[in-house]
Design a binder for this molecule. Structure first.
Ligand code: SAM
Length: 281
């Protein structure tokens, strides 16, 4: 008998309507849906009339459950794997299930959809040509600061996940290690009622969060601008530097924004001004 298929299905990161037609079809048609938290997933199932039987597969039982799922797949049953939100395996369980399934010769298919990191990058205003996804840093400040030190020369936009409990702690550590003027974009509660994107220097974003406790509630993606790349040609300005000018312009007139970014980066302010005008055209 041929083994059944394993589907890795992305689900909403907040708004229950953010699910693809194919995801709903697959979740309705498979024999088993392996879910991180079955109670949580039942809300999604109720919203879309899905009645498939749910198995709890989370980080504490993934090894055992993966073996049991492989047995079911070899019996010819088909399985979908979902997590509480977004794309499974992205800071979520599922890695061991997929690895074991592949080793066992099971076909693994992706049913793509929401992912908080990608959704946040798309509205951040920071360069997206290169990004480094890290997910959660260490919960304790000392370990977290050490991890941040590794990012001092990072040129790519860095993408971090953070919970409400540690959001101000993480931003304070970014300020301490990467500098008070480091540009960040903080995306909160994407696709939900209190969705916000706060952008600017880490100091200004931290001030906004500290002055409004409501802003500290919810789920966060923190994106940190990379270090500008040095160009052989002095007449060009890289995308990260120009993103800084755009962000500074949210609070300052263009000339002052260019002067500020010039001070931060050493790039001539006239060159920044000229490039900003050209980009506008
Ligand atoms: N697998 C998920 C994905 O594809 O994005 C991520 C799961 S991870 C356990 C949960 C973290 O993702 C949250 O702590 C938060 O950092 C981020 N996140 C999830 N949903 C979010 C949302 N609606 N807005 C902002 N961040 C979100």
């Amino acid at each position: 008998m041929n083994p059944g298929n394993l589907y890795i299905v992305a689900t909403p990161i907040g708004n229950l309507s953010d699910i693809t037609l194919r995801a709903i079809e697959i979740l309705k048609s498979v024999d088993i849906v392996a879910a991180e938290d079955t109670r949580h997933s039942r809300k999604l199932f109720n919203a879309h009339n899905i009645n498939t039987s749910l198995w709890a597969v989370h980080e504490h039982n993934e090894d055992v459950k993966a073996e049991q799922l492989i047995v079911k797949l070899h019996e010819g049953l088909s399985v979908a794997l979902i997590s509480d939100a977004g794309t499974p395996l992205i800071s979520d369980p599922g890695y061991r299930v997929v690895t074991k399934a592949r080793e066992a010769g099971v076909n693994v298919y992706t049913i793509p959809g929401p992912c908080a990191a990608v959704a946040a990058l798309s509205v951040s205003g920071l360069p997206t040509d290169r990004f480094l996804f890290i997910g959660f840093l260490a919960p304790k400040s000392t370990a977290r600061q050490k991890q941040l030190q590794d990012l001092l020369d990072e040129q790519a936009t860095v993408v971090l996940y953070e919970s409400p409990r540690r959001i101000t702690g993480l931003l304070s550590d970014i300020q301490a290690v990467l500098g008070a003027d480091k540009l960040v974009s903080v995306a909160k509660e994407l696709t939900k009622t209190f969705e916000r994107v706060l952008s600017g220097t880490v100091t200004s974003v931290l001030l906004q969060l500290e002055s409004d406790l409501d802003l500290q509630r919810g789920e966060f993606v923190v994106m940190v601008a990379g270090v500008p790349r040095k160009k052989a040609n002095d007449d060009t300005v890289d995308a990260t530097t120009m993103a800084w000018v755009t962000m500074a312009q949210e609070h300052l007139p263009l000339k002052k924004a260019c002067a500020l970014v010039s001070e931060m980066t050493g790039v001539k302010k006239n060159l920044l001004y000229k490039t900003a005008l050209t980009n506008k055209e």
